[in-house]
Design a protein around this ligand. Structure first.
Ligand SMILES: [Zn+2]
Length: 196
């Protein structure tokens, strides 16, 4: 049963768009992606109950989700990274672009308040495992990236996902086991910087 449940989660999540900015938007004004996401999530309301929280160490005594602006580098209007991780992401994006894959880091550093909102959103759907406990996410260290590509938020069949699987390790990025198709929270979009 676990296998079929995981399969159902994976199938339902594949067309799902990412982003929580529409969380408090009234239903009539939800984006197409948000509507599709809600429909997909409603179909998997019996999802696995496993935490997706990350195992962390504090860099330089900093506090997860409270990094000062001086420790963050803006990569795109929607993505800030911890400064030591920024060159890896910049090089990764350039390499993908040179090979025709337009990776877009939709979300990177996440403040504590944003993580609280993210957690509340997913838990309200009975899917707490899709957002780490506030204070534990690698997003809170500016070391995680949620990617889209030219087709939208990554799915397990996206060209961006295939490119990352083949190349991301060269740029210090990995796809954690829990985010794999058979993991506790299948998230094809979520990648983590592991070189510092
Ligand atoms: Zn993520």
């Amino acid at each position: 049963m676990v296998g079929s449940r995981r399969s159902a989660v994976k199938t339902a999540l594949q067309p799902m768009r990412r982003g929580v900015e529409t969380r408090s938007v009234p239903p009539m004004t939800l984006t197409r992606g948000a509507r599709r996401r809600r429909a997909a999530l409603a179909a998997v309301a019996v999802a696995v109950a496993v935490s997706a929280s990350a195992c962390l160490t504090a860099p330089g005594g900093l506090v997860n989700g409270f990094l000062p602006a001086s420790d963050l580098e803006t990569i795109t209007p929607t993505c800030q990274m911890w400064i030591p991780a920024a060159p890896s992401l910049i090089n990764l994006l350039a390499a993908a672009h040179s090979q025709g894959v337009e990776l877009d880091p939709e979300q990177c550093y996440r403040t504590y308040a944003q993580q609280v909102a993210e957690r509340n959103f997913w838990c309200s759907l009975g899917l707490c495992q899709f957002a780490a406990v506030p204070g534990t996410s690698l997003h809170g260290w500016g070391k995680a990236v949620d990617f889209a590509d030219q087709n939208g938020t990554l799915t397990f069949t996206s060209p961006g996902y295939a490119w990352l699987k083949a190349n991301a390790a060269n740029y210090c990025f990995v796809h954690p086991a829990w985010a794999e198709p058979t993991g506790s929270a299948p998230e094809p979009w979520h990648w983590e910087w592991v070189c510092g």
